[in-house]
Design a protein around this ligand. Structure first.
Ligand SMILES: [Zn+2]
Length: 235
């Protein structure tokens, strides 16, 4: 199994995530828009420069945190490109990974995004098999509940996970998540992407849950936790 953590939106609470990724020596990718049209605060260039390390990397998330399906297609290029330039100027190197705001896209949008980026991630859940192309996550680190996991597993044709859910009924979302990760860790060829928002971790008090997971990873399968960009065949 290969594991990848990524966090969206560049909220100020990312600072706590930077510290946790360093502490547990688990790589994390942070997708940061230049600004946020919803009014959320975005971390400063200085915070990004200070945080970047072996365990903390940054990727693009558009200029204004714009859902790319909500704007005219001719405006998509600028939304994507301007944010990449912004990040590359701050960090002083190429930025190759991108996350679609709200996970929204169509084929035309993807073509434009791939002009600039090597990897593109959605905001999906319950995907366990990577067969090239857009990166679709397995776990949203947020208590979505059994119904959401089940519905997404069905939609994404993750049938063995569907059966697993049915045979492991529990109301404890994170217990379930831990079990799903444990199950996935037994396969060699799968990729498990975990994503979330630091502001959600703060709002729903999920920091302890995340530290529990990091501890499990560190104890059991740390060697399988690779740098985000290393685990995919990039386009
Ligand atoms: Zn976002």
């Amino acid at each position: 199994m290969k594991l990848a953590f990524s966090w969206d939106d560049g909220a100020p609470e990312d600072k706590r995530l930077f510290e946790l990724h360093e502490k547990y020596e688990i790589p994390g990718m942070f997708f940061v828009p230049t600004r946020n049209r919803e009014g959320r605060t975005v971390i400063t260039p200085e915070m990004m420069r200070n945080a970047e390390s072996q365990y903390v990397s940054f990727g693009g998330h558009t200029e204004n945190h714009t859902y790319l399906t909500s704007i005219p297609i001719e405006d998509v290029d600028e939304e994507v490109k301007a944010n990449q330039e912004y990040l590359e100027n701050i960090l002083g190197h190429e930025v190759c990974d991108f996350c679609l705001p709200g996970g929204k896209y169509n084929e035309e949008i993807l073509k434009i995004v791939y002009r600039y980026y090597k990897t593109v991630r959605t905001a999906d859940t319950m995907n366990f098999n990577y067969s090239g192309g857009v990166l679709k996550p397995a776990i949203h680190f947020y208590p979505r509940g059994f119904k959401s996991l089940f519905g997404n597993a069905w939609r994404n044709r993750s049938y063995s996970e569907l059966i697993f859910l049915l045979t492991h009924p529990t109301n404890d979302y994170f217990q379930l998540v831990n079990k799903i990760i444990e199950k996935a860790s037994k396969k060699n060829d799968n990729v498990l992407m975990i994503w979330g928002h630091s502001w959600e971790l703060e709002k729903f008090e999920l920091w302890d849950e995340l530290e529990n997971l990091f501890t499990t990873i560190q104890n059991n399968f740390k060697e399988k936790s690779l740098h985000y960009a290393d685990m995919y065949e990039v386009k």
